[in-house]
Design a protein around this ligand. Structure first.
Ligand SMILES: NC(=O)C1=CN([C@@H]2O[C@H](COP(=O)(O)OP(=O)(O)OC[C@H]3O[C@@H](n4cnc5c(N)ncnc54)[C@H](OP(=O)(O)O)[C@@H]3O)[C@@H](O)[C@H]2O)C=CC1
Ligand SMILES: O=C1CO[C@H](CO)[C@@H](O)[C@@H]1O
Length: 274
């Protein structure tokens, strides 16, 4: 397992495990399998409604708390200073933890213009030692610039949709300049088209690996943090088994050519649902 060092000195596994669209009981099973396999970073959110199931797997696993890296997120309807503090307490209780490693704003919802207040509540949680790191999701460069100008604690990462068909090159460049990691959500294109891509499949054949492993390797070699989701035990293992091969510069270049700026999720400026 490779770790990255975030801009506040905290270490985070570069490969983690996502649990969107997994209900509590199934989340307990999937996270238990992931922890057994060796994953140490789990990505959930209040809106996934599975923090309890995730918490149960953590508790049952017996893995020491300090070896785990647990991420959850404040949902759109909980934004604002006081709401965020309350939502955080509720998430912590559902998870059965006394701190989380990373707390993220789920969407900027720019029409409501309260992500700066939300972030300031997260700074309080950070300064009080209740979260080890804070960051954002789905922020555009203009949103990040406001946080960098108006707040004191730099976000450690921006979690955005990213896969070979949505490479996020501009965001990667901006984040690298500011010592902020990009974390890829839907890193496997939600199990869709990118896994069937001809270039990806040819590279997979060369290395005797699967298309998913090749895509995860591309993310890792781009210095991106990844959180693939699966409820299938064999895929949970497959997605973890990506540290014994490397893509060549030429293969990386071939993968970079696949970008077509094609999203599965909404554009962040269009996500203003509360
Ligand atoms: N901040 C945000 O706004 C968002 C964050 N996220 C986070 O990112 C995580 C990952 O993104 P997600 O959208 O779930 O999509 P992923 O790109 O991780 O793809 C998950 C899908 O791919 C399938 N899959 C997994 N591994 C393989 C494999 N090796 N071969 C073939 N198919 C595979 C899974 O099927 P199966 O489970 O049946 O095995 C599932 O259908 C989420 O779970 C969540 O934690 C996601 C969306 C938005
Ligand atoms: O993480 C995510 C998955 O769930 C949400 C919807 O329920 C999405 O909006 C979000 O991007």
């Amino acid at each position: 397992m490779d770790y990255v060092t975030l801009n506040n000195g905290i270490k985070m596994p570069q490969l983690g495990f996502g649990v969107w669209q997994v209900e509590n009981d199934e989340a307990t099973k999937a996270v238990s399998k992931a922890l057994e396999t060796g994953y140490r970073s789990i990505d959930t959110a209040m809106i996934y409604q599975n923090e309890k199931g995730v918490g149960k797997a953590i508790k049952d696993s017996g893995v020491p708390r300090e070896d785990l890296f647990i991420t959850t997120k404040v949902w759109n309807s909980d934004q604002g200073y006081e709401n965020t503090l309350r939502a955080f307490d509720e998430s912590l209780e559902r998870l059965g933890l006394d701190y989380v490693d990373l707390y993220l704003i789920h969407w900027p919802t720019p029409e409501f213009d309260d992500y700066v207040d939300t972030y300031k509540a997260m700074e309080k949680l950070y300064n009080d030692g209740r979260v080890k790191a804070i960051g954002v999701c789905n922020f555009e460069i203009e949103h990040l610039e406001r946080i960098l100008e108006e707040c004191e604690v730099k976000p450690v990462l921006n979690q955005v949709e990213c896969h070979p068909y949505l490479a996020q090159n501009e965001m990667k460049e901006f984040c690298a300049k500011h010592d902020i990691f990009v974390e890829a959500w839907s890193p496997l294109d939600q199990g869709g088209e990118a896994l069937r891509d001809e270039t990806v499949n040819k590279i997979a054949e060369t290395h005797q690996k699967t298309p998913a492993q090749v895509i995860l390797r591309w993310h890792l070699q781009n210095n991106t943090i990844v959180i693939p989701k699966s409820v299938t035990p064999s895929r949970i293992e497959e997605n973890f088994n990506v540290f014994d091969f490397e893509l060549t510069a030429e293969e990386m270049d071939g993968m970079h050519q696949l970008n077509r700026n094609r999203r599965n999720g909404p554009h962040p400026n269009d996500m203003n649902k509360r």
